[in-house]
Design a protein around this ligand. Sequence first.
Ligand SMILES: [Zn+2]
Length: 335
Amino acid sequence: MQAPGSAFGNYNYYMLAKADGKGRGAFALTNLKAGTKILVDKPLMVIDKKHGFDAADVGAEYQKLSSAQKEAFDQARVVFSNGREESTSDASAFDKFNTNKFSIDGKDKWGCFAHASRFNHSCLPNCHMSATANEGMQCHVIRDVAAGEELTFTYFENLLYLPTNQRRQFMAAKFMLLAGGCLCKLCTNPGKEQNESDARRLQMRDQVYKWSKCDITEGYGPPFSQAAVNGAIGYERCKQDRIVNPAQDFVDLAEEEGIVTSWWVRWACLWLAELENEKMGPDLRRLRRFTMRTQELLHNCKGLQPADDHDRRFAARIDRLKANLQQLEAAQSRS
Ligand SMILES: [Zn+2]
């Protein structure tokens, strides 16, 4: 059982060191394979309150902590709004909580994390941060990483689908920490690679709109509820030209771009597998490709054990596809 404020794994896999212009960041100590869980972090403090929280809520929770927990919380760092300086002093408890918070149930519950919060943002990340089943945060490496590389995750999934100039606008408007400009590799290396990335991202946003009629970049994270997704993507409307082609183009572009942490890519792969599975005489190579890719993306981002009902349902859909695929492949090899 982990104590609040304690972390598992971090000293084996990474260390904190100075990151160019970004204060400190996490750097891989060894070569890491996609899917490696490098951190499980227990919150210093949790606030469970609908419609946001304020300084009084943080103060009230703080008073409930033991003196050791208070001491740990007092050490939490605050990154000032220019995103460049760090401090543990001269910052209110509210600032500390706010700077180091993660949503731990996707809605109203927030935890303050001393370790998960030390990773810098990237618009093309190599890690994924997700909630555990018991109010913690975990971090997985989502593609192979070389020793010495900085480990990053995206603070907003939306940023993965915006070209450079639109990312800047989005950050300036919505994201205080990066308002001074993002210093990730993609944003700070103008040139051919960035231009190609910008073109791909514009196309990806366009493809999602074609199949879902939703703009991927609205709001925070996936921009609409599961009910709305089901309404928009209802299978009766899944005509080849409406859904399959844009979804397939989207997945291909995402792979080319190296985006493997996204809710959207995972779901597009699952839909493509399920649509193939529903066909009379499905293309088994295609069914295998999208089924196994969906599973790989889920495992690499979130581990082998689903942390919540949403992931359990998602994993169950993959299991159904795999079972059917096995039967079809066995039948094919017999014939
Ligand atoms: Zn960036």
